[in-house]
Design a protein around this ligand. Structure first.
Ligand code: ADP
Ligand code: MG
Length: 333
């Protein structure tokens, strides 16, 4: 894992700033832009020799993420994913290789987590409206949660087709599509010869290279204090995703209704405030951060410790931090 923890964090941070000032004297520079896409803030930051080609590279990343957003947003009736949700229970639907890739990965993490990660959460999830403060009533919840079952999604990767064997099943790629989009964006930058960059889509980020030979300092948000970090970490050439119960939620009768659902009940998953996962690709960290959040501290870390090149930091219901095995070893003085 590309992680370098240090006790002397402050001095590392200061020397990072100094090296930035130094490289600022040359022609190359950091260019940054943000846009609202995939229902969140997407930012692209690159180290570029030339301002015109650099801005052009950033535009190409936004165009790519916009293309994926139009394909995978289930709330847009014209999207490919909405078409799948309308037709897949009636007949096998031939769709894009990209949607098949993302769903195939989603089903892999469903099997690995015994259903804690399940894109068919949407069978119930579609009845929550976090902005309006609405949740399904007990009757609706009881009938629709029967439709959450990733095992009834039939995928034929070679033929690029998908079929649902349960009529009421609906899928939503909100727990994995942003990770795929971030990886695609990084892929485009690499093809253009860019060696240092960061793309962040909400809680999903990937860091390409470093910052002037120094790691980039990435913060994990404090789940209960806005504008504060719970953890700061120097990272190089890696992806990191955080799933939190503070992103999209409302509170009714003292209960927090948030956007990560426990598939067996169709209700908000309890016990964890945030789960962050570090690995090479954002497609994996995105799916895994949601997975670990649902599995909880013990089962979540047990899964992560079994996976090569994957690490996690989980903040439990009381705000206490828990680390995966390899992080524990590398943070020890
Ligand atoms: P975000 O980056 O949008 O905050 P996360 O990666 O934390 O998202 O995933 C939360 C999203 O994942 C939800 O908004 C929903 O679309 C989807 N989701 C919720 N529960 C599950 C689940 N059990 N399995 C798979 N996806 C889920
Ligand atoms: Mg996720």
């Amino acid at each position: 894992m590309k992680f370098s923890a240090t006790g002397a964090f402050q001095s590392l941070f200061i020397s990072t700033l100094l090296s930035l000032l130094w490289v600022g004297a040359a022609n190359a520079q950091w260019l940054k832009a943000s846009r609202t896409l995939m229902g969140t803030q997407v930012s692209v930051e690159i180290w570029s020799e030339d301002i015109v080609t650099g801005r052009d590279a950033i535009e190409k990343v936004f165009a790519e993420i916009e293309r994926l957003d139009l394909m995978m947003n289930p709330w847009n009736v014209e999207s490919e994913l909405a078409r799948i949700n309308r037709e897949a229970a009636l007949h096998p639907v031939t769709t894009t290789a990209e949607i098949i890739t993302v769903i195939d990965k989603a089903l892999y993490y469903s099997r690995l987590s015994d259903g804690a990660f399940d894109i068919s959460f949407a069978s119930v999830g579609q009845y929550y409206d976090y902005r309006e403060g609405k949740s399904p009533d007990a009757k609706k919840l009881a009938s629709e949660r029967e439709n959450i079952d990733f095992r009834t999604i039939e995928l034929d990767v070679a033929d690029s087709t998908i079929r649902y064997t349960k009529p009421g099943l609906q899928i939503d790629l909100g727990g994995i599509a942003k990770g795929y989009a971030v990886d695609r964006g990084i892929g485009i930058l690499q093809e253009l010869g860019i060696e240092s960059a960061v793309i962040a889509a909400g809680g999903d980020s990937r860091i390409l290279g470093s910052m002037a030979d120094r790691p980039r300092i990435i913060g994990i948000r404090h789940p209960r204090k806005k504008n504060e970090h719970a953890v700061l970490m120097p990272l190089v050439d890696t992806a990191i995703s955080t799933s939190g119960d503070y992103e999209r939620y409302f509170v009714k009768d003292g209960i927090r209704f948030h956007h990560i659902l426990e598939p067996s009940t169709g209700e908000a998953s309890r016990g964890v405030q945030s789960a962050s996962v570090i690995a090479a690709y954002a497609l994996d960290t995105d799916a895994l951060s949601t997975t670990v959040f649902v599995l909880g501290v013990e089962r979540g870390l047990e899964l992560v410790n079994r996976l090569e090149g994957v690490d996690a930091i989980v903040i439990d219901g009381e705000g206490k931090l828990h680390y995966s095995q390899e992080l524990l070893l590398s943070t020890r003085p």
